[in-house]
Ligand binder design. Structure first.
Ligand SMILES: C[S@@+](CC[C@H](N)C(=O)[O-])C[C@H]1O[C@@H](n2cnc3c(N)ncnc32)[C@H](O)[C@@H]1O
Length: 277
C-alpha cells in the first residue's frame, strides 16, 4: 500500500535541490545539438497546486521555493520553469520533475515517466497527453529502469526520486542503480535522498561508494538537528553519477546561500566526490 503523496511536500527544500540539479544537467546536455532521453523512475503528479488542502496542510513550499524564488543564487532557467506555471506572477503552482523536464525538452528529446501509484499515474497520463515523445509507464521504477536500458538515444539523465517512506527503498535504489549502470555506464544518474536525524541514507552512499562505479558526486544541504530532535528530515542530498563538467563548481557556488535561505542561518552545504575518475 503506497501512502506517500508528493502534493504534501511540493516545492520544499528537497524539491529545490533536486530540481535545480535537474535543470543544470539539462542545460549541460543541451550544449550539444544531439537528442537525449530523460527517465524519471518516480514521476509523482507532474505539477502541484500550492493552494490545495494537502500543500496548505504542511506549508512546505513556504520554507522552500518561496524563500529562494527571487534569490540571485537560484539558476534563472529554474526560476523560469517555475514561473511558466505561474503566468500571473504569483507562486500558486509548482512544477514537479516531469514538468521541469518538459520545460527543457527539445523536438527530438524523449521523456520516459514511471509511476506506481494508481491515482498519481492517472494524473501523469492526463497531464502529459499532449506532450510529444513522452511515454508513461504504470510500473515499479526500480524494476522498470534496468528493463529499458541501454536507451535510444544513448545520452541522457535518469532521475531516481523515491520517498524512502518504505525502508527497503534504500536497498532497492542501490540495487537498481548498480543494475542500470551495468547496462548503461555512460548515462547520468541523479538520485535524491533525505538527510534524517537518524542517518539512514549512509547505507545508500556506502553501497554506491563500494560498488565500483566511478565519478560519483554528492551535494547536500542540511541544518543542525535541534536539541531533543530525534526524527525527521533536516536536509537532503543529490548523488550524481557522471555529472556534467563543472557541475561540482556550480553547486558549490550556489548551494550554501540557498541552504541558509531555506533551512536557516546555521545551515550548510557540501559538495564532494564520493568516487573519482
Ligand atoms: C518523491 S515523489 C516523486 C516526486 C517527483 N519526482 C518530483 O520531483 O516532482 C515519489 C513518487 O514515487 C511514487 N512511487 C512510490 N514507489 C514507487 C515505485 N516503486 N516505482 C515508481 N513510483 C513509485 C509515489 O507514488 C510518488 O508519486
Amino acid at each position: 500500500m503506497l501512502s506517500y503523496r508528493h502534493a504534501f511536500h511540493a516545492g520544499n527544500h528537497a524539491d529545490v535541490i533536486k530540481h535545480l540539479t535537474q535543470v543544470l544537467i539539462f542545460q549541460a546536455l543541451q550544449k550539444k545539438n544531439k537528442p537525449y532521453i530523460y527517465i524519471d523512475t518516480h514521476a509523482g503528479g507532474v505539477y502541484y497546486d500550492l493552494s490545495s488542502e494537502e500543500a496548505l496542510k504542511t506549508g512546505e513550499a513556504s520554507d522552500g521555493i518561496a524563500k529562494v524564488l527571487d534569490h540571485p543564487a537560484l539558476p534563472d532557467a529554474y526560476r523560469r520553469a517555475v514561473m511558466d506555471y505561474n503566468p500571473d506572477g504569483g507562486l500558486n503552482y509548482y512544477p514537479g520533475s516531469p514538468a521541469i523536464a518538459q520545460a527543457f525538452q527539445r523536438e527530438s528529446d524523449k521523456l520516459v515517466l514511471m509511476e506506481l501509484h494508481n491515482n498519481e499515474v492517472a494524473t501523469v497520463k492526463r497531464e502529459t497527453r499532449y506532450w510529444h515523445n513522452t511515454m508513461v509507464h504504470h510500473r515499479d521504477g526500480f524494476e522498470g529502469l534496468p528493463g529499458i536500458l541501454p536507451p535510444d538515444p544513448r545520452r541522457g539523465l535518469v532521475l531516481i526520486d523515491p520517498s524512502y517512506e518504505i525502508k527497503t527503498d534504500y536497498s532497492k535504489t542501490a540495487n537498481a542503480v548498480k543494475k542500470a549502470y551495468k547496462k548503461w555506464a555512460t548515462g547520468i544518474y541523479a538520485i535524491w535522498y533525505p538527510i534524517l536525524v537518524s542517518d539512514k541514507s549512509r547505507y545508500l552512499l556506502d553501497e554506491l561508494e563500494n560498488s565500483g562505479i566511478r565519478r560519483i558526486l554528492v551535494a547536500e544541504i542540511q541544518r543542525p538537528a535541534e536539541a531533543g530532535e530525534s526524527f525527521g528530515m533536516i536536509g537532503s542530498g543529490m548523488l550524481i553519477i557522471n555529472p556534467p563538467y563543472q557541475l561540482d563548481e556550480t553547486l558549490e557556488n550556489i548551494l550554501p546561500e540557498l541552504a541558509q535561505a531555506m533551512l536557516g542561518g546555521s545551515a550548510e552545504a557540501s559538495v564532494q566526490w564520493l568516487a573519482g575518475e
